[in-house]
Ligand binder design. Structure first.
Ligand code: SF4
Ligand code: SF4
Length: 359
């Protein structure tokens, strides 16, 4: 098998798509050879689209079912593929690098020497990949900001997909895992300045996978709300996918470590790419011009106006409400931002939106 199986893996991962899908550079092979054994790479390369059983994959590969099942189970434990229970049987699904395998490596929050090595190798690959890719090209955003819905001013329209609370109320189970971006930084020896690390949330089937395989902690709805409150106090941005109206996960991101936020900030107008569909409104009767909101704003979208009232640059503003959650005078509420598109209805609509934005 040797090197050839990893060259095949490169082509397979390119076809799977997503961010950091695969690039023929030395850093790619350094990290995949650490992540996958040759046998795991071979099984990964043979995985079909969609859900499949160990029996079906073993037949495709002309191998023994028990042997393939053991490899798949080990891969799911390592975050190299998904494993879910469906209709009382075990099904598997291949994963992209991102969103997927790269995040799964750090969600368990482990700190072994191997975890530290993987963190360094993934960082080196992403850095080399970014240097060879124009990340500022405007495309349809795969992620969206979720504003703090409790701060949306009465009379504004708030859709279900805008409301984290709704997903907490509707989802079972709910899991909390380690933030992979900040944990990867910790593994690389960086300081995360006391920001909370155990605030990533998964809902429904993804939560069950996280609980079963990624060291996720099953939490009650009350605990989930407390996690949200902690993230808001720390000035973190609620963020999720922008591929459908549903929420499979909710990240609580900062501006220094989160890849999605850093990607947005590299664009000339970050607020037009990465947004919640809301913007802040400042109450001149309540504002004391303390400047807290300006310090907290992740994309530095705020400045103090001549009238001692904060001014917002909407080209930069994410609509995250981090300014509002930190305002000691409750002078900030969130209102609808006209013109920001809703999330696509399904995966087909998402692909169409991405293609249209490239044109
Ligand atoms: S944090 Fe509140 S009170 Fe302070 S400047 Fe901002 S809006 Fe005004
Ligand atoms: S002004 Fe800054 S903190 Fe407030 S919603 Fe916009 S991006 Fe978020």
């Amino acid at each position: 098998m040797g090197q050839e199986v990893y060259r095949q893996l490169l082509e397979v991962m390119k076809k799977r798509g997503g961010a950091y899908s695969g690039m023929d550079i030395p850093e790619f092979f350094d990290f995949v050879e650490e992540l996958f054994t040759p046998q795991e790479a071979e099984v990964n390369n043979a995985m079909p689209k969609g859900f499949f059983t160990a029996k079906a994959l073993a037949e495709t590969m002309g191998r023994d079912e028990k042997e393939i099942e053991a490899v798949l189970e080990s891969m799911a434990d390592k975050g190299l593929c998904l494993a879910l229970s469906r209709d009382q049987s075990r099904v598997y699904q291949s994963s992209r690098f991102m969103v997927g395998i790269l995040e799964y490596q750090f969600m368990p929050g482990k700190t072994t020497d191997r975890d530290k090595k993987i963190a360094q190798l993934i960082y080196a690959y992403k850095k080399a990949f970014d240097q060879k890719t124009d990340r500022t090209v405007m495309t349809f955003p795969p992620t969206r900001v979720i504003t703090v819905d409790a701060l949306v001013k009465v009379d504004n329209q708030v859709h279900t997909y805008d409301q984290v609370q709704t997903f907490i109320d509707q989802s079972d189970p709910i899991a909390v895992t380690t933030c992979y971006c900040r944990h990867a930084a910790v593994l690389r020896g960086e300081d995360i300045h006391g920001m909370p690390n155990d605030v990533c949330m998964q809902f429904g089937p993804m939560a069950q996978f996280a609980i079963d395989r990624l060291g996720g902690r099953k939490v009650s709805k009350q605990e989930a709300r407390e996690v949200m409150n902690r993230a808001e106090e720390a000035g973190l941005i609620h963020m999720s996918q922008n591929m459908t109206e549903g929420l499979g996960f909710l990240c609580n991101c900062d501006r220094w470590h989160c890849g999605a936020v850093k990607d947005a900030l590299a664009k000339p107008k970050p607020g037009l790419f990465f947004n919640s569909g809301f913007e802040p409104r400042f109450d001149p009767d309540l504002c004391t011009a303390c400047g807290t909101c300006i310090d907290r704003c992740p994309p530095e979208a705020l400045t103090m106006g001549d009238d001692n009232l904060p001014q917002v640059n909407l080209d930069r503003c994410f609509g995250c409400a981090v300014c509002a959650t930190g305002c000691p005078s409750q002078a900030i509420s969130m209102v609808n931002k006209p013109g920001f598109p809703p999330p696509p209805k399904d995966a087909k609509a998402f692909r169409e939106a991405v293609n249209a934005s490239r044109i």
